[in-house]
Design a protein around this ligand. Sequence first.
Ligand SMILES: [Fe+2]
Length: 175
Amino acid sequence: MATLRIPDKHVTLQDPLAVRQFLDLRGIVNERWSADRGLSSNSTNEQVLAAYDHLLKPLMEKYGYQTTDVINVDGQTQNLQGIREKFLREHTHSEDEVRVFVEGQGLFWFHREEPDDEVFALLCEQGDLISVPANTKHWFDLGDPPKVRAIRIFTDQAGWVPHYTNSGIDRRYRW
Ligand SMILES: [Fe+2]
């Protein structure tokens, strides 16, 4: 289950119900997903997608999502520093950002200005589905050493571009 941190309030939530309630109130979807067969680090991206198809298909139909792929980032990834910096800057998207963590972990940071200015982070691990609503300010911390394998679900892959806010707030909150 994902862990939620609210650094300004010195609060960490680990109780699944409390985390779910906090996120629900903010329109952020977090579910627990399980593959329907064994997967390993050697599984291909196609095998990963097939193992989650029983959950992917209904979700995509419900929300009208069109495509999926699998992203893999670890210490061997080319241009790791460039990728890390791209993820770490506060941005929004014009569509939902939906991820299912298959392996490893990552920290999603959220910045909501209304009704109260707040920043919180959700540590996502194997089995966590997270949906960042369109136009929500967020950034993503790969951690060190980075290790994440995740399914990405798109409404329109071409439309999934980061709009950077250049606020610099992301520099004040790190893993
Ligand atoms: Fe994003």
